[in-house]
Design a protein around this ligand. Structure first.
Ligand SMILES: [Zn+2]
Length: 429
């Protein structure tokens, strides 16, 4: 099985000078880079990527696939189908399934379901504590052996600093990054949106920025002391970004990600009380969005991750206070990155590929990914940087339709996705 991706614009930050090369894939691996006027190797199928960007497969470090336990919202198969349609070759599901992914059996089950679906790779994230209730540490070593790439209690962040300290020591022993949803619930609980002028006007209870910042600072201090690698999930506030920047300058092992909705929308989007603007952390105000753009520019932010959080229509069709937190995001992320970051000159294409592929692969130690160098795994994201298209919830491959970007127009988006050398998605044009 040979596939030649010909005539494209190759973006591999590991070899930035080679934009003019074609990529030859054989048996699931990149076999060679060829000059575009070299003859087509014998027996190779040709994918004509004229006018398209060819990048190492994008890795979404933060998704919720809802299986096992909440298959009415999403299954691993439907989530992986949405992932590849969004240009993601790999996704990393959080452990808040039912039961919680706090043991090797569930981790293994998730990977097997993904293999059965045959679309995106799934690299599960195991729980930090048993049942994610913040008391007893989960069996990190066994989960890692089963394929987990990190640990997190995500939306139920470990409240107790002593347990978090032990969790970091333990995770460090297994060389597992700790993914940190920073939220001090003593400050945010009961809140449904960012605390500020807009929450006051709308009469909704706010979640202050400092709830994120206090927790981020606490865990950066613990990371410094333990030497563990912490990765701050969906960073959304100016103070948290500044804390990460300072920590990096001090040499502390901290990385962080941002979601597309946080670099696109502010709390003003909540004004229509659309429950598809309700997520945790919440959409913040202008000063925070500006800090996010600055962090994307200067390298403080390492990755773009969707926090894809499907919820059934009936669950979101409640009043704002009662609706669950979270929105879908797999299929709109690249479009938003082009609209808001690339076309506006915030970042260039090399940096986009670092944020979506190179750095996630590094952070999760995914050998052979995040590059298309010969020998690497043939996961490829192919993008049309100028394609005009409109996202429609009704056409989403996700089982849930809770995106605030229904009807949103984009310039630039994924057109083909190759996983392990196999073309698993192609957009009809
Ligand atoms: Zn979270």
């Amino acid at each position: 099985m040979r596939l030649l991706i010909a005539n494209g614009h190759l973006i591999d930050p590991a070899a930035p000078e080679n934009t003019g090369m074609s990529v030859l894939i054989e048996d699931g691996r990149v076999a060679a880079w060829l000059n575009q006027n070299d003859p087509t190797p014998e027996g190779a199928e040709v994918f004509d990527a004229s006018g398209l960007l060819v990048a190492p497969g994008f890795i979404d470090m933060h998704v919720h696939l809802r299986e096992p336990g909440h298959e009415h919202k999403e299954t691993i198969a439907s989530g992986c189908a949405a992932a590849v349609a969004g240009g993601w070759t790999s996704v990393c599901p959080m452990p808040n399934t039912d039961p919680i992914n706090d043991n090797a059996a569930i981790t293994r089950y998730m990977i097997e379901q993904a293999e059965r679906a045959g679309m995106a790779n799934v690299f599960p994230i195991g729980a930090i504590t048993k049942s994610s209730v913040g008391s007893e540490l989960a069996e990190m070593g066994e989960m890692k052996a089963a394929g987990a790439v990190a640990v997190s209690d995500d939306g139920r962040p470990v409240p107790n600093a002593g347990i978090m300290r032990r969790a970091m020591q333990y995770a460090k022993d297994f060389d597992l990054p700790v993914i940190d949803h920073c939220e001090d619930k003593s400050l945010s609980s009961g809140g449904v949106m960012h605390e500020g002028r807009v929450s006051l006007l709308l009469g909704l209870k706010g979640m202050p920025a400092l709830a994120e910042e206090i927790d981020a600072v606490r865990d950066i201090i613990l990371a410094k002391e333990t030497g563990a690698h912490i990765h701050i999930a969906h960073v959304s506030t100016k103070g948290a970004i500044e804390a990460v920047r300072r920590a990096k300058n001090e040499g502390i092992n901290v990385t962080c990600e941002v979601t597309p909705h946080h670099f696109t929308l502010t709390d003003r989007a909540v004004e229509g009380y659309d429950t598809n603007t309700k997520m945790a952390p919440p959409l913040r105000s202008d000063e925070h969005l500006e800090a996010i753009l600055e962090g994307l520019k200067d390298g403080t932010i390492d990755a773009i991750a969707t926090d894809h959080a499907p919820h059934h229509q009936d669950e979101k069709a409640l009043e704002y206070d009662r609706a669950p937190f979270g929105i879908t995001g797999l299929e709109t992320a690249i479009g938003l990155a082009f609209n808001e970051l690339v076309h506006k000159g915030v970042i260039d294409l090399v940096r986009l590929v670092e944020l979506c592929s190179v750095n996630p692969a590094k952070i999760f130690r995914l050998e052979g990914r995040g590059t298309l160098k010969p020998g690497s795994i043939a996961d490829v994201t192919i993008i049309d940087p100028e394609m005009a298209w409109t996202y429609r919830n009704s056409e989403s491959r996700s089982k849930s339709k809770n995106s605030p970007f229904d009807g949103h127009a984009f310039n630039g988006g994924p057109v083909a996705t190759i996983v392990g050398g196999k073309l698993v998605y192609k957009r009809e044009r």
